[in-house]
Design a protein around this ligand. Structure first.
Ligand code: PBG
Ligand code: ZN
Length: 328
């Protein structure tokens, strides 16, 4: 900035901090319920709202019970959800990910029928559905990139057929955005958007999610497909690639430890930008609050605000319903 303000005592920055009203007038970033997308876990069965111990306050929902939770979130202003499925069986190829009538597919249809104005997104990946817990089919000990693309595309099309507004690939295979775009267009779903988990790091912050989704890899880790936490330039390459392949929306994940990457993407790409306030970020706040060490409301709103300030347009967060209620 080449602007130079006169120095103290002419300039006194405290002048505009004197009252709540004054502070509100000069506040640069506002958090609203519109900024949140609520991740939800859908399971088989009926009448199920079963607490996830690693994510205090979050549940596995059967489709019938999911409706109520979404209605409660919408009542405080949440406009979008992203769904994750818990299949009743797993196999080598993750076939429940693209099975008609699986929980996510049923949930999408039921939600769009009950709440046509709700924006419904689906996570597209195979790790919850494969018996080995990796994000695509294996070739020896590694994930076969190009074989994964076919199954991911099939999954996206089945979500689109169920009525999803946007599909969100989280697998980090090369070429998945193009593969999804081609398959969606080929099936007549040219209006279904792709929110790409463009920059997804191999992170220890996914720990609670893997318990919630039962998606811990049976061997090894995800470092051969998810990004190395140390890499900032590579994040731009990942995003540029997804933009070139037709992504409508970019995402950075996790959020809190990667706000510099959120800012980088904001500055380099005009696309809408999301960030994922992941399970570990949620649970560490919950744990500290349970100990009485943090004020939940203040620390949650401060954390979510930091993501917005860094440049995110949308925040995927397990706090969505609660935070929206606080802001309502
Ligand atoms: C699946 C997926 C993961 C998350 C979202 N989609 C976990 C992973 O990659 O292991 C993490 C979400 C969270 O931690 O809240 N590919
Ligand atoms: Zn995965």
């Amino acid at each position: 900035m080449n602007f130079q303000s006169p120095s103290f005592p002419v300039t006194r920055l405290r002048r505009l901090r004197g009252s709540a009203e004054l502070r509100a007038l000069v506040r640069e970033t506002q958090l609203t319920p519109n900024d949140f997308c609520y991740p939800l876990f859908v399971t088989e069965g009926e009448n199920i709202a079963s607490p996830i111990s690693a994510l205090p306050g979050q549940n596995h929902w059967s489709v019938d019970q999911l409706m109520g939770e979404v209605q409660r979130a919408m009542a405080v202003g949440v406009r979008s959800v992203i769904l994750f499925g818990l299949p009743s069986r797993k196999d080598e190829l993750g076939s429940e990910a693209y099975a008609e009538g699986a929980p996510v597919q049923r949930a999408v249809t039921a939600l769009k029928r009950a709440f046509p104005q709700l924006v419904v997104m689906t996570d597209v990946c195979l790790c919850q559905y494969t018996d080995h817990g990796h994000c695509g089919p294996l070739c020896g000990e590694t994930v076969d990139n190009d074989a994964a693309l076919k199954l991911l595309a099939q999954t996206a099309v089945s979500h689109a057929r169920a009525g999803a507004d946007l599909v969100a690939p989280s697998d980090m295979m090369d070429g998945r955005v193009a593969a999804l775009r081609t398959a969606l267009d080929g099936a007549g779903f040219e209006q279904v958007g792709i929110l790409s988990y463009a920059v997804k790091f191999a992170s220890a912050y996914y720990g609670p999610f893997r318990e919630a989704a039962g998606s811990k890899p049976a061997f090894g880790d995800r470092r051969s497909y998810q990004m190395d936490s140390a890499n900032r330039r590579e994040a731009l390459r990942e995003a540029a690639q997804d933009v070139a392949e037709g992504a409508d929306w970019l995402m950075v994940k996790p959020a809190l430890a990667y706000l510099d990457i959120v800012r980088d993407l904001r500055e380099h790409f005009p696309l809408p930008l999301a960030c994922y306030n992941v399970s570990g970020e949620y649970s560490m706040i919950k744990a500290a609050v349970a100990q009485g060490w943090l004020d939940e409301r203040q620390v949650v709103l401060e954390t979510l605000l930091s993501m917005k300030r860094a440049g995110a347009d949308l925040i995927l967060t397990y706090f969505a319903r609660q935070a929206a209620e606080w802001l309502a």
